[in-house]
Design a protein around this ligand. Structure first.
Ligand code: ADP
Ligand code: ZN
Length: 686
């Protein structure tokens, strides 16, 4: 049971997938290893030697073909044949010349023989020779050699460290989050993760694509001019600014604006998020900053855009009790050094975005760094209309679609939210097999984005439903009868997301809020609970978010806005966010007590006011609640039918009528002297 007035959905950003290619890739290591292995085995072996059998050996002996016999490692025998034997034609499969290893001068065995039983091998050879009629002198005895296979040895030596290295590389990749970014690994941990848009990537965004934001645009327009005609400024001795900070809530088009600057100036655009600098390895952030600036200087003139700069730029030395993050500080220091380091007229301009300018380190905002601050606020009515126009371009609309109405329905929406509404409405229309997107689809899309998906299936008992209906009717009734309440346009008891029901207001576009307006807001926020108490004599937990809101408001009134007489015109608000008031209050115990008292008083008074209004309109309240139970959703027209015109509208009309009558009086008053003047003039002429 909340009052939904505004909402901020974070925009989903589209990022191109082109990243800067790392110059070194781990795959190279594996390639080099593989190539050297192949070469090694070629050098070592060449063609494998033919195997032979016991009977063949006997035959060789009988033919007296064997030159020598070498037993290797006690299990292999190498047989070398005589030159004449090879030339004799008895061994057609063998080359006629003694084989040599690939590029080596050592002679190669012609046959190998696998020895089954070592102890019987030598007797067998000698026996065979003797039976072939060899004399004692002619007898060939096997030589014994132990030979190392260096390849196997080397491999077994290498295997373990290689495994370790592979494991380490894998872990590095995982830790640096490189998995998603593609090839990178340990050799690019220190490289910046910036995405670059230049002439090759067709991301052409101009100021035409950015709707509204006129002031911000004029400010950045200057930057475009700096980049386009640097001479114009430098020849007069001026210095081109180094950076500008775009400040504003998420989804308001900061990234878009920065991209548009690059697009308009026709220069490369580097985009990186502040959180990309933050890594668990010491020194990585700083080295990434260094790399980013190196790349940027190479591409100058260009624009570097750092999104969410608060991730690195948070004020240093705070939260000391939680152990400060040295790594982040190093990164920030590096950023500051780099910004000081490059010359003013290098043509590199840094744009950074944040929605928390208050927590940024003062050093970042100093002149010569981000010396310009451009505020990008949530769009107002006309700006929303312009943004709708941009995002409705690709959408097939029904005839006579009212864009102005859509803009009115979306107070507090950011540009990203509006883009989302347009897309969502097209999806909803498609789901209903429509050929064009209709107004109702947009309303459904807005509902969905504001409140999450409808949960009609959520089971609510009749008793609960009645409580919710009276609660919401209470809000509506009170707000209808208060002068400064925001105009109500819809009340629903359809559960959505976490809320069970909601009263929707169109907040006025205003920069200042008066005490009366806050008090009225508090009164109608309490209207829900007051109605429950009045009708059922029981209160429920349904008022949680209402109470949370008014408590915050009341404390803000007393301790921030100086709106309580007893405390006076004092504000304990800290816009710098630099002092840790969370731990030590800047006021005495006595003041603290006084603040609590004042807050209690304000809330109690508001509750009484709300109840008063409800008591006076109890018939309308019941009618409204019953209508809600029946229809689930009601609009301002229904309220007007029940209660008549809204108090605020009535007063407005009254005032207008009053002013009119005063004006006519004023006219009649001034009429006479004017006439006399004219008369005198005519007299002169005459
Ligand atoms: P931020 O960087 O402020 O969080 P983005 O620039 O990423 O916001 O905006 C997100 C999306 O919202 C954009 O891609 C665009 O579709 C839409 N958008 C935001 N502001 C505007 C605007 N003024 N005009 C048109 N579209 C906008
Ligand atoms: Zn409520």
């Amino acid at each position: 049971m909340t009052e939904n007035t505004t909402n901020n959905n974070q925009g989903t950003e589209k990022k191109p997938d082109k990243t800067i290619k790392p110059r070194f890739n781990t795959n190279w290591i594996f390639a080099v290893l593989a190539v050297s292995l192949i070469l090694f085995s070629l050098l070592n072996g060449g063609k494998p030697v033919q195997k032979t059998t016991t009977s063949e050996i006997k035959e060789m002996i009988a033919n007296r073909d064997i030159e020598k016999l070498i037993v290797i490692n006690k299990d292999q025998a190498e047989i070398y044949l005589k030159k004449e034997a090879l030339e004799s034609g008895r061994y057609p499969k063998l080359p006629t010349k003694p084989g040599t290893g690939f590029g080596m001068s050592l002679p190669k065995a012609n046959f190998t023989y696998t020895i089954g039983d070592m102890s019987s091998f030598e007797p067998f050879i000698l026996e065979a020779q003797k039976s072939a009629g060899y004399t004692e002198k002619e007898l060939i005895y096997p030589d014994y050699q132990t030979r190392k296979n260096y390849l196997v040895d080397a491999l077994s030596w290498l295997l373990f460290p290689a495994l370790l290295i592979v494991l380490w590389l894998f872990l590095m990749k995982r830790m640096s989050g490189g998995g998603a970014g593609g090839a990178g690994g340990i050799f690019s941990v220190g490289k910046s993760r910036a995405q670059i848009f230049d002439k090759d990537t067709n991301v052409k965004l101009t100021f035409n694509d950015v709707a509204g934001l006129e002031e911000a645009k004029t400010e950045v327009m200057e930057i475009v001019d700096f980049l386009k005609n640097p001479k114009k400024y430098t020849s007069l001795g001026g210095k081109i600014p180094k950076g500008a900070l775009l400040i504003g809530p998420p989804g308001t088009g900061k990234t878009m604006l920065a991209k548009a600057v690059a697009g308009e100036a026709n220069v490369p655009f580097f985009s990186i998020s502040g959180s990309d600098f933050v890594e668990m390895f010491v020194g990585v952030g700083a080295s990434r900053v260094r790399d980013l600036f190196k790349q940027a200087k190479e591409k100058a003139p260009c624009i570097v855009f750092i999104d969410e700069i608060d991730a690195v730029g948070r004020a240093r030395g705070r939260n000391a009790n939680f152990g400060s993050n040295d790594e982040r500080e190093n990164t920030l220091n590096q950023l500051l050094t780099e910004m000081d380091g490059f010359g003013t007229n290098m043509g590199v301009i840094i744009l950074a975005a944040t929605n928390r300018a208050d927590i940024l380190d003062r050093a970042l905002l100093r002149a010569g760094r981000f010396d310009r601050q451009i505020h990008v606020e949530l769009p107002d009515l006309t700006e929303r209309e312009a943004i709708f126009k941009v995002h409705l371009r690709p959408i097939k609309l029904e005839k006579g679609f009212d864009i102005g109405f859509m803009a009115k329905q979306t107070p507090g929406f950011s540009g990203a939210d509006i883009a989302n509404v347009c897309n969502e409405s097209a999806l909803i229309a498609a789901r209903k097999n429509k050929t064009v997107v209709e107004k109702q689809d947009f309303l459904d899309a807005i509902d969905r984005i504001v409140g999450g998906l409808e949960r009609k299936s959520k089971i609510i008992s009749m008793v609960e439903k009645k409580t919710i209906a009276y609660h919401e009717a209470g809000h509506a009734t009170v707000s209808w009868h208060l002068e400064h309440a925001s105009p109500l346009f819809k009340v629903t008891i359809i559960p959505r997301g976490k809320t069970l029901g909601a009263a929707w207001y169109l907040p006025e576009e205003r920069q200042l809020t008066t005490r009366e307006q806050i008090l009225d807001e508090m009164a109608y926020a309490l209207g829900g609970r007051a109605s429950e108490e009045l009708i059922f004599g029981k209160i429920s937990t349904g008022a949680l978010s209402d109470l949370e809101k008014i408590t915050k408001q009341a404390y803000a009134m007393v301790s921030f806005f100086g709106m309580s007489e007893k405390i006076g015109n004092i504000s304990f608000y800290d816009s710098s966010g630099q002092s840790d008031f969370g731990f030590t209050k800047p006021y005495s115990e006595k003041t603290a007590e006084l603040i609590d008292q004042e807050v209690n008083l304000i809330i109690a008074e508001s509750y009484v006011r709300a109840k008063e209004v409800l008591k006076n309109n109890i018939k309308g309240l019941t009618e409204l609640a019953e209508l809600l139970l029946e229809k689930e959703v009601i609009f301002s027209e229904d309220l007007e039918r029940i209660f008549g015109k809204r108090k605020a509208d009535l007063l407005k009309e009254e005032r207008k009528a009053e002013a009119k009558s005063k004006q006519t009086e004023a006219v009649t008053e001034t009429a006479t002297p004017e006439k006399t003047v004219k008369k005198s003039k005519t007299k002169d002429k005459a």
